[in-house]
Design a protein around this ligand. Structure first.
Ligand code: KG4
Ligand code: ZN
Length: 343
């Protein structure tokens, strides 16, 4: 086996501990330990997340190595998520990566979590070696639990945010609405599932008005809460009878709002390759609607594989590969950042 290019990727920015092995450009393993402990609290509890990362990180890395049929000594670069994310969580992955790089005397690569979500489009495995990847420049709608951004991707490492949320992220708009209607955390996938059997046109919501390509989701969250309270005061059985219609209408509204500005960006920048990334890109309505938008403008549409939408270390290893190619290394003095610019 050619040992010249074996990258270990480590992700620990929020509540998933993940490790992946990239060998000569191909992902050979991608192990993720989810933390179900947060479900009971209706959101991620930072202190519990950090503790769970400490428990999970060694077994997760062990499993990733085993699945890739290599040992830790075969690794010749280590990539880790530096930020943005929860500081206590980031610290676990960062400390592990730094110690490993020091012990093995290999390059240390610090990865920007949101750039990595975009790099998920370049992940290939033995089975998907011939898949097409986005052409540069492309426009990416990056949607997760902490971010909502329209990104102009000029090259693997050159990205510019041209629109973003001024308050909450769209993932939060899903998760907080889910909590209001009694669903567990994370509520996004549950709303998506319930919406499959609902009427998208049953209820109407309004669009917040902010700058041209920017978003605001905090008002929508309040609008949803007021709507549910009002309906429940009229009919105690409202949620029991109409939960599918509520989910379908609210989900459709969020996706329409996301794509309203994204379409404006496509026109403004005349870009023919469009993509989505981040946890919310797993949403079935968003995936369907992006394809329709692509058809309308004859664009190449790029939708990440399901397993690489939510947090994973394969995308961190992929970012690591781009950093390695660019000879952009981190040193042992590096520390994690809860907030981090894209440039
Ligand atoms: O990227 P990610 O795993 O973590 C962050 O970096 O934040 O995104 C998590 C977010 C959560 O808000 C979750 O509810 C949302 O992605 N999500 C979805 C779906 N799957 C995950 N939202 C809507 N529909 C889905 N199918
Ligand atoms: Zn993420």
């Amino acid at each position: 086996m050619n040992k010249d290019n074996i990258i270990l990727g480590i992700e620990s920015s929020c509540d998933d501990t993940s490790a992946a092995i990239l060998i000569n450009g191909l992902i050979c393993s991608n192990v993720i330990a989810n933390q179900s402990i947060h479900e009971a609290y209706g959101g991620v509890v930072p202190e519990l997340a950090s503790r769970a990362h400490q428990e999970n990180i060694v077994p997760v890395i062990d499993q990733a190595l085993k699945q890739a049929q290599i040992t830790i000594k075969d690794i010749n670069a280590v990539a880790f998520t530096r930020g943005p994310g929860l500081l206590g969580s980031l610290l676990v992955g960062t400390s592990f990566a730094k110690s490993l790089a020091l012990a093995l005397e290999i390059p240390l690569l610090d990865v920007h979590h949101m750039k990595a979500h975009i790099h998920a489009h370049f992940i290939k495995t033995k089975e998907t070696i011939n898949k097409s990847v986005p052409n540069f420049p492309f426009l990416c709608l990056t949607v997760s639990g902490g971010h909502t951004q329209i990104v102009l991707v000029e090259s693997p490492l050159k990205m510019e945010i041209i629109g973003e949320t001024l308050d909450d992220a769209v993932g939060e708009a899903f998760d907080k609405a889910a909590k209001v209607i009694g669903l567990n955390y994370p509520g996004g996938p549950l709303i998506d599932r319930l919406a499959q059997n609902g009427n998208q046109n049953a209820f109407q919501f309004t669009f917040p008005k902010v700058g041209e390509l920017n978003y605001s989701f905090s008002g929508l969250k309040t609008q949803f809460l007021n709507f549910i309270n009002k309906e429940k005061s009229k009919d105690k059985e409202f949620l029991k009878n109409r939960i599918n219609d509520v989910c379908a209408s609210y989900q459709k509204h969020l996706i329409n709002y996301l794509l309203l500005n994204f379409e404006k960006a496509m026109i403004k920048y005349s870009i023919k390759d469009i993509a989505i990334a981040g946890g919310v890109s797993a949403n079935s309505e968003l995936r369907k609607s992006l394809n329709q938008l692509g058809d309308k403008y004859l664009c190449n549409v790029h939708i990440p594989d399901f397993e690489y939408c939510t947090d994973n270390a394969a995308m961190i290893a992929m970012s690591g590969q781009f950093l390695l190619e660019n000879k952009t290394y981190a040193d042992q003095g590096i520390s994690p950042l809860s907030r981090m610019n894209m440039d």
